[in-house]
Design a protein around this ligand. Structure first.
Ligand SMILES: [Fe+2]
Ligand SMILES: [Fe+2]
Length: 357
């Protein structure tokens, strides 16, 4: 049985959830807490896999509750289900929740979101890596792109499209805006993997507010070697993105697949960024032991992490609710046969692009 804790200050909302999810009572063990203090009390006596909480509650906000949960129970998946999203609430929530849903949320959406989150738990990664991935709120951007981004935001008459074009050059910023826009966080009802569209949707003011809010967008200021690695990764990612786009165009792919192919190319090595930034000493070992016969360092990664950057990047984006086609392209870009995909897909475009890079 999977365990889920629902939290809301309105017991009627909880009753509604209980009724609409009744059919799942044999699969999920559900508990319902009226308010954050009650939730904390329940958490002290029982373990849960997922917490789904309201945002605006009188004693303690959903964001504060999730911050607490992230700290004490990092392995729990954190979902916000909120009726109102004003600017303040968004900024508070943006670093604490993995996924965001808007009320009223139909039971099917809730079921599929939670079902996906459970499927994710089955992915085999070392517990220490999983735990770290659960904690990540954002990743550092390449220094030059970040500078360009910060400068652009200072210009009073910059367009959202122009900002989107900058974001679309950087894997870390792209991953974050896709997370935001693919959740119901900003009220979007369709999935998108296009970072420019995502920024246009969020708008310049929200991008400014996000940039001002602590470390949602940032650049790395630690070791020089890691900084160079992030810069090199960004260049490689851009190059693969452009080539993946060219491949998709040559294949006469639909606009949707074309967009996905480009962004999958940009994000394909996101797992390397995660490993380099969050496991610096282990990643140094990967770099030191990788041999010339293992140019992608997959064997070295496996021996140090028991997994590769492909699964790590895929897991993070899955956790962030980014569309499946992108997650699939990341997860399988070094082992496409495992994906079971038959038709031309973003994954195939990334593979072809990478080979020619
Ligand atoms: Fe790769
Ligand atoms: Fe690559």
């Amino acid at each position: 049985m999977k365990r889920i804790l629902f939290v809301d200050d309105d017991s009627k909302i909880l009753d509604g959830l209980r009724r609409s999810l009744r059919a799942l009572r044999f699969e999920w063990e559900m508990e319902f807490a009226v308010g954050a203090p009650a939730a904390i009390a329940i958490l002290l006596r029982k373990q849960f896999d997922i917490i789904v909480t309201d945002m605006r509650m009188p004693d303690m906000s959903g964001a504060d509750l999730l911050a607490e949960v992230a700290h004490r129970y990092p392995q729990m998946i954190r979902i916000i289900l909120s009726g109102t999203w004003n600017e303040d609430l968004r900024m508070q929530a943006v670093m604490t929740a993995h996924q965001y849903l808007s009320k009223p949320c139909d039971p099917e959406t809730l079921r599929s979101t939670i079902g996906r989150a459970f499927a994710l738990r089955e992915v085999r990664l070392q517990p220490a890596i999983k735990e770290q991935l659960m904690r990540i709120g954002s990743l550092p951007s390449a220094p030059l792109v970040y500078q360009e981004f910060a400068l652009a935001l200072r210009s009073p008459d910059i367009s959202a499209r122009a900002i989107g074009a900058i974001v679309a050059k950087d894997p870390a910023m792209t991953a974050k805006v896709l997370q935001l826009v693919n959740s119901a966080f900003f009220g979007v009802c369709r999935r998108t993997a296009n970072p420019v569209e995502a920024v246009v949707y969020l708008g310049v003011d929200v991008m400014r507010a996000l940039a001002q809010s602590a470390s949602i967008f940032s650049t790395f200021d630690g070791a020089q070697s890691t900084r160079s690695l992030i810069a090199a990764l960004q260049e490689h990612s851009m190059s693969v993105a452009m080539k993946a786009g060219a491949v998709a165009r040559a294949m006469n792919a639909s606009k949707l697949i074309l967009d996905d192919a480009i962004v999958a190319g940009l994000l394909h090595d996101l797992g390397k960024l995660v490993l380099a930034v969050h496991f610096p000493s282990e990643y140094d070992r990967v770099l030191a032991t990788a041999s010339a016969t293992d140019p992608e360092q997959l064997d070295a990664e496996r021996s140090v992490f028991e997994t590769t950057h492909a699964e790590v990047g895929g897991y993070l984006l899955w956790l962030w609710g980014v569309p499946d086609s992108i997650v699939e392209a990341l997860t399988f870009h070094h082992g496409p046969a495992q994906s079971g995909a038959q038709d031309f897909s973003p994954l195939a475009a990334v593979r072809a692009a990478e080979v020619s890079d």
